[in-house]
Design a protein around this ligand. Structure first.
Ligand code: DUC
Ligand code: ZN
Ligand code: ZN
Ligand code: ZN
Length: 487
């Protein structure tokens, strides 16, 4: 592969920005500095004063996922192609074992699907049941480069786990140096509210948001945080959507817990009025869990990102066509949950973040790439423009505008939840492992070019945590046991 020199841009890393050229060869960044000479045969890309940023990492996607009686339409090829068109060069997908399926069999299945990917990827593996075998398989997952395990606290009767499973799995995560993730909604409360709404004759998509109010999220978030405290592990809360969650995370962090929060691009600019739209298709295509919230919650999420209480913006890219959404035409609880956004994430965060004065360009890089690379222990292979890193980078044009539309997106979806929003700031060129895969609106991707990125156990964070747990352990006074004697 020919070397590529990106010349004349401003490199933006999470810690600082500086004028520099970036030389890439054999898939790696080999030099970052002023006035680098182009080696013979190298392709030169003129960044023309634009920004050069690390490729985005979307740590929460569901490609091809079997779910709610159907299957997500986006596959690993179309999904990663869309990602690259939007400046995202790595995804981490949720591998979800079916009931009683071994974690490693599920990982084999997902890896097989992912062999089509044209951008790099990794997996989180879900814990959906518990036994000693699962505990053993978690160690095997770590050997295969998976250092994070997801827990669904919702979807009663399907994926939902109870406190026993969470306690066991969190404890095992602590032993292994793995990060537990939670989908935090109280599944029992959601189920009861759904039944009550249906009994009142509320069957449309408006019922979806009513059945999953912020407090069902807050309850589960608080419980998960306390279980993480008791078991002594860090915790990552996926799709954090409401003010109460931001507050719970901030409280835990103030007490020294490592708790991370992940708002979605959708939550940062769309609100719950969509569910009251009289057009059933419009409303149903926005059904996801947790649902979009009111403006008050949106402001809290931005405040969380601005203050550093929330660290990562993801998409939960999980895609169903209208035809699939219509499985719930008579009953909102049967509308497959999920929305897309993998191509739009960076543009949305730039536009509503940087252009609106909420984030600096460096903070933008942090929440779209660097922070999650650090949390998932793949930094600085990913998440930074430094010598030795993978050559995943984006020439970002802060002046160009684009009106987002389903007609021009690269997803297989037949709607785009951001339809009609005009953003300023778009990816002009995307490099994936040193190869130009997106330039001036044209994709040039190769099926199967993406690589699985193994992630080692989280040693330093866990060593510190274990030491702290040890030093602050309550000293137990062993008591004499007195046995009642029956006369
Ligand atoms: N939420 C969704 O909307 N879709 C996939 C799973 C989830 O938790
Ligand atoms: Zn979820
Ligand atoms: Zn999800
Ligand atoms: Zn006695």
């Amino acid at each position: 592969m020919a070397a590529v020199l990106v010349r004349g841009g401003t490199v933006v890393n999470a810690d600082r920005s500086f004028r520099a050229d970036v030389l890439c060869a054999d898939g790696k960044i080999v030099a970052v500095g002023e006035k680098i000479d182009a080696p013979t045969g190298a392709e030169v890309i003129d960044a023309g004063g634009a920004y050069v940023i690390p490729g985005g990492i979307d740590p929460h996607t569901h490609m091809e996922m079997p779910f709610m009686g159907t299957k997500a339409i986006e596959d690993f090829y179309s999904g990663t192609a869309s990602a690259l068109a939007g400046g995202t060069t790595m995804i981490v997908d949720m591998c979800i074992p079916s009931p009683q399926q071994s974690l490693t069999d599920a990982l084999d299945e997902w890896s097989d699907w992912a062999s089509k990917a044209c951008a790099d990827y990794g997996f989180h593996v879900s814990i959906t049941w518990w036994s000693e075998r699962v505990a053993q398989q978690m160690a095997e997952c770590l050997d295969r480069g998976v250092n994070s395990f997801k827990h669904f606290m919702a979807y009663k009767g399907a994926l939902m786990v109870d406190d026993e499973i969470m306690f066991q799995s969190f404890s095992r995560c602590r032993e292994l140096g793995a990060l537990p993730l939670v989908h935090a909604e109280n599944g029992e409360a959601v189920f009861r509210l759904q039944q009550a709404l249906l009994a009142q004759g509320i069957t449309g998509p408006e019922g979806h948001a009513l059945s999953r109010p912020p407090h069902v999220e807050a309850e589960a978030v608080t419980r998960a945080i306390m279980l993480a405290k008791i078991t002594g592990v860090p915790l990552y809360i996926v799709h954090t959507s409401c003010r109460e969650t931001v507050e719970a995370i901030a409280r835990a962090r103030a007490e020294g817990q490592r708790v991370f929060g992940e708002p979605l691009a959708q939550y940062l600019c769309l609100d719950d009025s969509v569910y009251r739209n009289p057009d059933w298709d419009f409303a149903a295509s926005r059904v996801m869990s947790p649902p979009f919230r009111s403006k008050e919650h949106q402001d809290a999420l931005w405040a969380g990102l601005m203050s550093g209480q929330l660290q990562v913006v993801a998409t939960d890219h999980c895609t169903f066509l209208l035809e699939q959404k219509r499985l719930g035409l008579d009953n909102f609880t049967k509308i497959p949950n999920g929305t897309g956004g993998i191509e739009e994430r960076l543009k949305i965060v730039w536009h509503f973040g940087v252009n609106a004065g909420r984030l600096t360009p460096e903070e933008f890089v942090a929440v779209t790439s660097t922070n999650i690379a650090k949390i998932l222990n793949v930094y600085p292979q990913k998440g930074a423009i430094v010598q030795g890193a993978d050559a995943d980078l984006v020439v970002w044009d802060p002046k160009a505008t684009q009106t987002i539309s389903q007609k021009t997106h690269h997803s297989k979806l037949d709607v785009n939840v951001f339809e009609g929003i005009t953003v300023q700031g778009v990816p002009k060129v995307t490099l994936s492992r040193g190869k130009v895969v997106w330039r001036d609106g044209q994709l040039d991707v190769e099926k199967g070019a993406g690589r699985n990125v193994p992630r080692p156990p989280m040693a330093p964070m866990f060593e510190a945590q274990a030491k702290w747990n040890e030093l602050t352990r309550p000293t137990g006074v062993k008591r004499e046991v007195h046995i009642h004697q029956t006369p």
